[in-house]
Design a protein around this ligand. Structure first.
Ligand SMILES: *Cc1c(COP(=O)(O)O)cnc(C)c1O
Length: 446
């Protein structure tokens, strides 16, 4: 059997695969990378080149590629049950996962609804919120609120609560309008203002909106603590606390989209814990399966579950997907939760994050970088690129240069961020920081 080279796979991919989030013509200049295998934080191509996965393969991988413990769990599951439908049937992995996640919320969120992609979880939360109000005799509550710069996925419903023009504008006519309120982005602090001041200022807008439209609003959806896709905009937990109070006062559901920030990414297992609140709906995906298989879910308060419990089939939540609760995906998630417990991951990550922050200090102080920020295992800064043309190509140039330096980083606009897997050793930390600094220096100097 002859081994295909990277260039052969790339050519075949460009002929047959429509890649996500990509203007395909850009691949006339920026080559694809054909991954042959992965190990720990590294990805390898067919020519033997390697890349340090500084963004956890789009924020999903927590414990490295080809993790032996997750692999073993999946191989065991494979010989027992690959899949069975979840309507009328159940199985151990889905039950155990729902129980363990509920326990992690102190049983504040008692039931889990399963799907496969993050966007589907957002759709479920939105439909459930509306339907719960309808079942409660308040069918007028049909509007949704999101934050400036929010990202909740690419399906029609999720896109309607997304505020990223690049992803949204082309489909504007297809989308239902939602209310967009100011983000509490700590970078908006004026002279002498703290992140908490920004949070207090931003919440006033929500208060005003709820006072005017509360009877028509079903839910507000937020990405707790870090709005990742808009460029790692971070904000103070106080905002979530104040938001929870307002939602209670005005009978508006709070949907926490923890798809990116959950699973330890911000330092606590759920980002909401840092505000000592629980939402009415919590969406999880990405890291929940350790980066192995498509899995998403919505955790819901039991009073909402009860609002659907009835003799009447139309009061039930009839939403479904074919692969709902897939046993392999759930087993990968259980193995992921096992690692969190066995390795005391949240505590170990605190040390790891400190080491990363120290290693990245030259960027925090760099004259061409501003707003260096960190929360848990997310690190970001904004490049200063005064030239307009160079600013617009910054991300692509950075990506290409990073690849030359054995590094996978993919800036969002001029925001360079690192969101590495939680398995970096000291050598990886030093290598990741050195490669990032070297890449940044050559991109701004070029
Ligand atoms: C990635 C993401 C989604 C969408 O998840 P997909 O699996 O890509 O559909 C939704 N919300 C947030 C906050 C995300 O980061």
């Amino acid at each position: 059997m002859t081994q295909s080279t990277s260039s052969e796979w790339i050519a075949r991919s460009l002929r047959s695969v429509w890649h996500p989030c990509t203007q395909m013509q850009h691949h006339e200049e920026v080559p694809l990378i054909a991954v042959s295998h992965g190990k720990g934080p590294w990805l390898y191509d067919y020519d033997g080149k390697r890349y340090l996965d500084g963004i956890s393969s789009w924020w999903v991988n927590l414990f490295g590629h080809a993790n032996p413990r997750i692999n073993a769990a999946l191989k065991d599951q494979l010989d027992k049950l690959e899949h069975a439908m979840l309507a009328g049937f159940t199985h151990a992995p889905v039950v155990e996962l729902a129980e363990r996640l509920s326990k992690l919320t102190g049983h504040a969120l008692g039931h889990a609804t399963f799907a496969s992609d993050g966007a589907s979880a957002v759709e479920i939360a939105m439909k459930m919120s509306f339907h719960a109000w309808r079942n409660a005799g308040k069918p007028a509550k049909q509007e949704f609120v999101c934050l400036q710069g929010s990202y909740h996925g690419e399906t029609i419903g999720a896109l309607s609560v997304t505020d990223v023009p690049l992803f949204k504008d082309a489909y504007g006519p297809l989308l239902r309008a939602s209310h967009v309120v100011s983000a509490p982005d700590a970078r908006n602090a004026g002279e002498g203002e703290t992140a908490q001041d920004v949070a207090r200022r931003a919440i006033l807008e929500v208060k005003e909106l709820f006072e005017q439209r509360g009877d028509n609003i079903a839910a507000i959806i937020v990405e707790p603590l870090v709005q990742c896709a808009t460029g790692m905009a971070m904000y103070d937990p106080l905002y979530l606390k104040l938001l929870r109070d307002l939602c209670d006062q005005h009978h508006v559901h709070l949907i926490a989209d923890e798809i990116a920030v959950g699973c330890g990414r911000t330092g606590t297992f759920f980002a909401c814990e840092q505000a000592s609140i629980w939402p009415d709906f919590m969406c999880l995906s990405k890291g929940i399966s350790g980066g192995y298989l498509p899995l998403s879910l919505v955790l819901t308060r039991d009073d909402i579950y009860q609002a659907f419990y009835s003799e009447d089939i139309t009061r039930g939540f009839l939403h479904s997907h074919s692969y709902t609760g897939n046993p392999l995906a759930c087993r990968a998630a259980l193995a992921t939760l096992d690692i969190f417990e066995e390795d005391d991951v949240l505590n170990r990550n605190r040390e790891l994050a400190t080491k990363m922050t120290i290693a990245l200090a030259p960027l925090a102080e760099h004259e061409r970088a501003r707003h260096f920020r960190q929360r848990g295992m997310i690190f970001a800064f904004d490049a200063i690129e005064p030239d307009k043309d160079r600013a617009s190509t910054f991300s692509r140039r950075f990506f290409s240069t990073a690849v030359e330096n054995e590094l996978l980083l993919r800036p969002i606009g001029r925001t360079v961020y690192l969101m590495p897997p939680y398995v970096l050793d000291d050598e990886d930390v030093a290598g990741l920081a050195a490669r990032t600094i070297k890449t940044f220096e050559s991109v701004i100097a070029a």
